[in-house]
Each structure stands twice: as structure tokens, then as C-alpha cells.
Write a new protein. Structure first.
Length: 267
């Protein structure tokens, strides 16, 4: 368990991660076998990078588009490069950078909480634990378990599940972009926690051109049904907006939540 630092709450926009000069730009050639991507660098060489996103990457997979890689060679790694970000057409027609590494959102959300940005919604937080077992047979692990401070108006623990969200339709962010039995199970397990505890679904909107969130009903109708049932039962939904455009990652605030997808197009 770690304590959440006591500091003045920050308002949006707030830089969660500073600009990373170690990122290297290139052009995506192809993504294949789910975990691999070939990228051409500025010198004309082509490297194979690890793709830390096993989903379909709807709307953000653009061969010929610019991407950012991290070079981190290690004897324990098969590949020295990791695909971190992709540049895609934005909602307003301008290019926007999107975070594609699904390992990053938990880090972003934790830093946002520790900075006090989410105190208006979560209350003051005294301690944070990661990957705590819960659910049926304790076979699942929650992303973050938050313990409120003694001064918090609601003393209940807060079980918080983070979902990286990159699919969008205009300014509307959507999750999931494919059928997800795992995501369905998480909604059911969050629902079972209330009212004895607070349960929060936190979609991490990893692109700065969206300001609303809805379940991706066209991709997974069952997830949409469970999403609406969870909200009705008391599960809180707190979509956090992040931008990657400047190289740094900024928290842009909390997005509006819609109960259902407002378009019918499939991913």
C-alpha cells in the first residue's frame, strides 16, 4: 500500500507526464500477429516493435501513418522497441496523437489521483493499492483500490477499474471496440460491490479530441446492457480525458457520460 500525497488539487489541463524526448517517430508499415508492428524510422531502416495492445485498435490503426516508439533494449526483452502512440485524423479534421499502450492508463490515472485532480469526484484519498484480488473466488484483480482519508465525507473504500479507450465517433469516445467477456465480467463484479463500497469504472480516454463517453453498443450489445444496469445499481462512471499532442501527457478533465451509443456504425 502507498499513501496518496497530500497536495493542492490541480485543475485541467494538468501535465501528468512531462514530455518524453526518448520517444522516436516513424511510419507504421504494418501490424501483425497482434503483438508485432513494423515501423520505418527516419533513416530508412525498418524495426519490429512490440504492440502492447491486443485489441482490434479500431480507428487508430493506420498503415502509412506516423507513430512514436520507445527504444528500451534489455536482455530480458525479445524486442527493443515498443509502440507507444499513433497519429490519427481527429474529430475536427486535424491530426491527433493517441496513446495505444494499454499498460500506460493505470499509471496515468494513479498520477492524476495523486495530484488531487479527481478529488471533486472521489473525495480526498489517503492510500492507493494496485492489483487487489476481488470478485467471485477473488479470481479478478482491481486496477486500483483507494482508501479515503479520515476526513472524507464518504468513508467507503473505492474499487476503481481502468479501461483504455481509443475508439471514437467524432467527439464521442466508445468502449469496447470488440466483444469482451472480460469487460462484461468486470461490470458484473463492480456492480456486486455496491452499496457496501464505491465502485468506479474509469475509461481512460487516450486522445484529446473527445469530450463524451458511451458504451460501444454496436461492438458489444451485452456490454452496453451491463453498463446501463451497473450505473442504475450505483456504479460510478468517471471518464478521464488525456492528450498526447505535445509529447507530454495532459489530463484535460472529466468527460460527459452517455447511457448508450448515439450512432449505429459498427467498428
Amino acid at each position: 500500500m502507498s499513501s496518496a500525497p497530500t497536495r493542492a488539487a490541480h485543475t485541467a489541463p494538468f501535465t501528468v507526464l512531462p514530455a518524453d524526448d526518448s520517444l522516436v517517430e516513424g511510419v507504421l508499415q504494418r501490424r501483425y500477429k497482434r503483438f508485432l508492428a513494423d515501423v520505418e524510422l527516419a533513416d530508412g531502416s525498418v524495426v519490429t516493435a512490440h504492440c502492447p495492445n491486443t485489441g482490434p485498435m479500431t480507428g487508430v490503426l493506420h498503415p502509412g501513418g506516423r507513430v512514436r516508439l520507445r527504444h528500451n533494449p534489455s536482455p530480458s526483452r525479445k524486442l527493443a522497441w515498443t509502440w507507444e502512440q499513433a497519429e490519427v485524423p481527429g474529430a475536427a479534421g486535424n491530426p491527433v496523437w493517441v496513446g495505444v499502450n494499454t499498460a500506460l492508463p493505470n499509471r496515468l490515472v494513479r498520477a492524476t489521483i495523486e495530484a488531487g485532480c479527481l478529488e471533486p469526484w472521489l473525495g480526498p484519498i489517503g492510500a492507493i493499492r494496485a492489483e487487489v484480488p476481488y470478485g467471485v473466488g477473488r479470481r479478478s484483480r482491481i486496477d486500483l483500490l483507494l482508501t479515503p482519508t479520515e476526513a472524507a465525507p464518504d468513508p467507503r473504500p473505492i474499487w476503481l477499474e481502468v479501461k483504455n479507450t481509443t475508439w471514437s465517433d467524432g467527439t464521442l469516445a466508445l468502449f469496447p471496440d470488440t466483444r469482451t467477456e472480460r469487460g462484461q465480467k468486470h461490470l458484473e463484479e463492480l456492480t456486486a460491490l455496491v452499496p457496501e463500497a464505491r465502485a468506479v469504472l474509469l475509461p481512460c480516454l487516450s486522445r484529446g479530441d473527445v469530450d463524451r463517453f458511451a458504451p460501444g453498443d454496436s461492438a458489444d450489445p451485452r456490454y452496453g446492457e451491463l453498463f446501463r444496469a451497473a450505473r442504475a445499481a450505483g456504479v460510478e462512471v468517471l471518464p478521464c480525458r488525456y492528450s498526447f499532442d505535445s509529447g507530454a501527457v495532459q489530463w484535460l478533465g472529466v468527460a460527459e457520460v452517455l447511457d448508450r451509443q448515439t450512432t449505429t456504425g459498427r467498428p
